[in-house]
Design a protein around this ligand. Structure first.
Ligand code: MG
Length: 297
């Protein structure tokens, strides 16, 4: 039990000598490789989630220095479904409506009456420290969106609000990178949010028995300047509502990712807009999880 409890903290996916593994991270330099009781390594985060759902014992293996491995996104490319929520903080919904970059059906109401869902292609995922593609010549309006992401543990369909938190495995950070000109011109959000590298994720998943995603401070800094600052308790549609709505008709599976929406302070919200360019560094911090930092290259 002690090992089980100790492993319920920061979890990372890493690559070492072309072998992928999962480790518990002490938050500093040391990864503790995770093993099943029979000594078999845990090879993927989905494997770890499945093992925990099956009640299998997971224990610490050998220690690895962080400097000797390559950190991957906690659920690496191609990830599971990446469900995303649009306009889920009131002040951001209003800034986006004012920006002139909104289009389509969603533009009719600044604050939506029901959650707006879209998805990002699962190939968009990159790790902490990897470069966001500047996409020069393709987009003129590259933007960041700091978001808390929910990782589904036990899946299901028809999950009710009251039970929804039992289906959360943990939380991580996602930058919902967006090409605003494509988001506007093509009327639908999938295309402008699914360019290669447009889903930086990580650095770790923190399990739901350690933190409560419904009350976490979140900040986004660009080149050291604070652009976004909020608390996840201000979500218009909270995590249980999001899970109930999504799962009403879609079966959720272990490892599915729900990016819960971004608060006020995205680049397009400024006048004139503060879009990203080559060399800019986007850092997203969420209380209890850590910091996700990616430069534009
Ligand atoms: Mg978003």
């Amino acid at each position: 039990m002690q090992n089980e409890r100790r492993s319920a903290m920061k979890l990372v996916t890493y690559e070492r000598e072309e072998q992928v593994g999962v480790a518990r991270w002490d938050g500093q330099r040391t990864f503790h490789r995770l093993l099943l009781a029979d000594g078999e390594p845990v090879y993927s985060m989905l494997g770890l989630i499945q093992a925990r759902l099956a009640g299998m014992t997971v224990v610490d293996g050998d220690m690895i220095d962080r400097g000797n491995v390559r950190l991957l996104a906690p659920i690496p490319r191609p990830a599971r479904n990446i469900f995303c929520v649009g306009k889920n903080y009131r002040a951001h919904a209003e800034e986006f409506s004012r920006s002139g970059y909104e289009s389509g059906q969603q533009a009719q109401d600044a604050v939506p009456a029901a959650p707006i869902f879209f998805t990002k292609a699962p190939e968009t995922v990159i790790a902490d420290g990897e470069a966001i593609w500047a996409a020069e010549g393709v987009t003129e309006a590259l933007d960041y969106e700091a978001e808390l992401a929910v990782i589904i543990g036990r899946g299901g369909r028809g999950i009710m609000k009251a039970d929804a938190m039992d289906h959360v495995f943990g939380y991580t950070i996602v930058n919902d990178v967006t090409a605003r000109d494509w988001q506007k011109r093509h009327q639908q959000w999938f295309l402008g949010k699914s360019f290669d590298t447009f889903a930086p994720m990580g650095p770790a998943i923190v399990t739901a028995d350690t933190i409560d995603g419904r009350n976490l401070e979140l900040r986004c800094l660009v080149n050291g300047e604070v652009r976004q600052k909020a608390n996840t308790r201000d979500l218009i549609f909270d995590i249980p509502i999001l899970i109930e709505t999504l799962s009403a008709g879609i079966t959720l599976y272990p490892g599915d990712i729900i990016a819960t929406g971004t608060p006020e302070g995205v680049g397009v919200g400024f006048k004139p807009p503060k879009f990203l360019g080559k060399g800019d560094v986007v850092r997203i911090e969420i209380e209890g999880i850590g910091a996700l930092e990616n430069s534009v290259g």
